[in-house]
Design a protein around this ligand. Sequence first.
Ligand code: NAD
Length: 419
Amino acid sequence: MYIPELDHPTYHLAMAQFDQAAEAMNLDHQYRDRLKTPQRALMVGLPIKMDDGQVKVFMGYRVQHDSARGPFKGGIRYHQDVNLGEISALAMWMTWKTAIAGVPYGGAKGGIRVNPHELSLSELERLTRRYAAEIFPLISPDRDIPAPDIGTNAQIMAWFMDTYSEQVGYAVPGCVTGKPLAIGGSLGREEATGRGVAKVTLEALQHRGIRIDDTTVVVQGFGNVGSHTARIMKEAGATIIGISDVSGGVFNAKGLDIPSILHDHTNGMPLSEMNVGDHVTNEELLQLECTVLVPAALSEQITVKNAADIRCQILTEAANGPTTLGADAILQDRNVFIIPDILANSGGVIVYYFEWVQDGQRFFWKESDIHERLHDIITAAFHRTLFFSQEKNTSMRMAALMNGIDQVAQAHNLRGLYP
Ligand code: NAD
């Protein structure tokens, strides 16, 4: 079914991956159109009074892809390029991600087409509150639970939670995750995605028989996910030889001092201004010879144009959709072990699940419990996927997709078709 509003490269990538997996698993045709079409999509116009007194209208979206396995779950993105197609693709990936991790959620995603860096704090608050009010009918701890994504953070979740709570008349911490600790957030959340990325990478190294002291790592993107991944991989004994941010990258064959770089970076110094190694562009960084490459910035970074120049043994996809379909085939041919995004970066949603459970119980866990439970869930998901890929003689990406799709199709089959 062609829906013109969905036209977007990320959407086409998600659909092409789905088609490939559905074909490989010979998925019953009754599920194919159902799983390719979002269950519900809402577009909202958001008129906001700017600080100078003018009224500007922003477009907001919430796409609920599938809820056969549980309430919808997915982040809210504030970015100037957001559109319905991109949000729909990300919502679909959330459905597979929650199924692969085995957390009882469906998949959703939301966003506002805005550059949040161009707004004052009070404009950002008004925009968030208006968005929360407009999508309010779709949200609740049992129905759909948003979270932060690119361009949003714990403060934005706090405004969202407050707006929701004011509408119903009492505090509802569980209506959103990724909140500050003081209003029902979870310990261990900040580093959860990076920790999960590091955990699955360590499992992959063991699977490939590579010793941690012989492991070199390159990370593209030194934000939340990339910086924690680099820190935890270094703590595990790997040598981090390259990192980058939007300003460019640095390379040092002897290894980078991640804690000290992190300290300066957190204080606002871009990597391009640091004197810690040779300066490289983001394109050159991706082509460095290393054991593990971790794209942790944007989608579609590894394409047919540069796939042949990628020189890693393991590619851990921390970002969503960093590898195009064509590039994926080239890397598979070259025997690169790819840990797909829907598995690699699932640490974030796993700890959001813990936050939601804690909010529901009104009982909060120790940080060591969070780390341990995250480790157990993501390691088990990695080994289920690896087992499936070996059994079906297919890639980790196809195994993850087929496993995720199969679980969602099974849930639909058991629940039947309403009415
Ligand atoms: P972030 O904003 O904290 O960090 C992004 C990093 O990428 C920054 O260092 C930025 O400078 C860098 N960057 C931006 N443009 C770049 C470019 N053109 N080239 C190289 N680097 C560039 O974001 P994040 O939360 O770390 O998310 C990174 C990726 O991981 C995104 O794709 C996101 O969707 C995905 N992800 C994040 C989470 C999470 O919990 N934060 C969970 C799942 C997936």
